[in-house]
Design a protein around this ligand. Structure first.
Ligand SMILES: [Zn+2]
Length: 243
């Protein structure tokens, strides 16, 4: 039995190592997914900002056209002054010129603030474009890393799996089936030491008779509470566990 327990523990070591490698690849892929999400968000907000920039530019151009029209009317009104003889008409024209002048000041102010907005939006767009380029570079690096790592990991997993399968052949089929059954229901460690009368898998106190049997290792024992396979550590392992 002791030999079988040792082999089962070795089998479990292979399985845990394979699991760990799978998880490492998953972690790398998750990091990549996060970068994709970051890029998508950046691209979406960049599109929005570019559109805002275009709209603001258009408003600025329209304002420029308004300013030019104002300029023209102002010039025309000014040139009419010399032809006027009537003081009433003169006053009306003066009023018109004043109105145009006020309008121009307002248009200029609006044009300037649109110009400022265009310049702010341009800076934002440039900043986001730089950031997007940076993220794209990170993605390319990360993709290369994932490719490299996952092909190395796949190779290693293949090696571990074939060693594990070889080891399985040395164990009684019923035992392997039982191990696989417990593993399928309880991912992680299914062969655990019983220490100080306690199952270290679930921390439940074991019936004393069962604990004795685990110590004697005449037959394979399972924890009545969590169903994990129990073993008794040798002195070396006990010392290491207590250290
Ligand atoms: Zn247990």
């Amino acid at each position: 039995m002791q030999n079988e327990i040792a082999l089962l523990r070795k089998l479990q070591d292979y399985d845990l190592r394979i699991l760990e490698l799978d998880e490492r690849t998953d972690t790398l892929r998750d990091a990549l997914e996060e970068l994709y999400a970051l890029r998508d968000a950046l691209v979406a907000s960049l599109e929005q900002q570019k559109q805002q920039l275009e709209e603001t530019r258009l408003l600025m151009r329209n304002k420029q056209v308004d300013l030019e029209a104002n300029e023209e009317r102002y010039g025309q009104s000014k040139s009419k002054i010399n032809q006027i003889t009537n003081s009433k008409e003169y006053a009306a024209l003066e009023k018109e010129i004043e109105t145009l002048r006020k309008l121009r000041a307002q248009l200029e102010e609006e044009h300037d603030s649109l110009k400022d907005a265009v310049s702010d939006f341009t800076a934002d767009v440039e900043e986001k474009e730089a950031k997007a380029a940076e993220v794209n570079k990170q993605i390319a690096d990360e993709e290369a890393l994932v490719d490299r790592e996952s092909s190395a990991t796949e190779k290693e997993i293949g090696k571990l799996e074939s060693e594990r399968d070889k080891l399985k052949k040395d164990l009684p089929k019923a035992l392997v089936r039982r191990y696989e059954f417990i593993t399928s229901r309880r991912p992680g460690k299914v062969i655990v030491p019983a220490r100080g009368g306690v199952c270290t898998g679930c921390n439940m106190m074991l019936p004393p008779q069962l604990y004795n049997e685990v110590q004697q290792a005449t037959r394979m024992q399972q924890c009545p509470s969590c169903q994990r396979i129990l073993y008794y550590e040798n002195e070396e392992e006990l010392a290491a566990a207590e250290a």
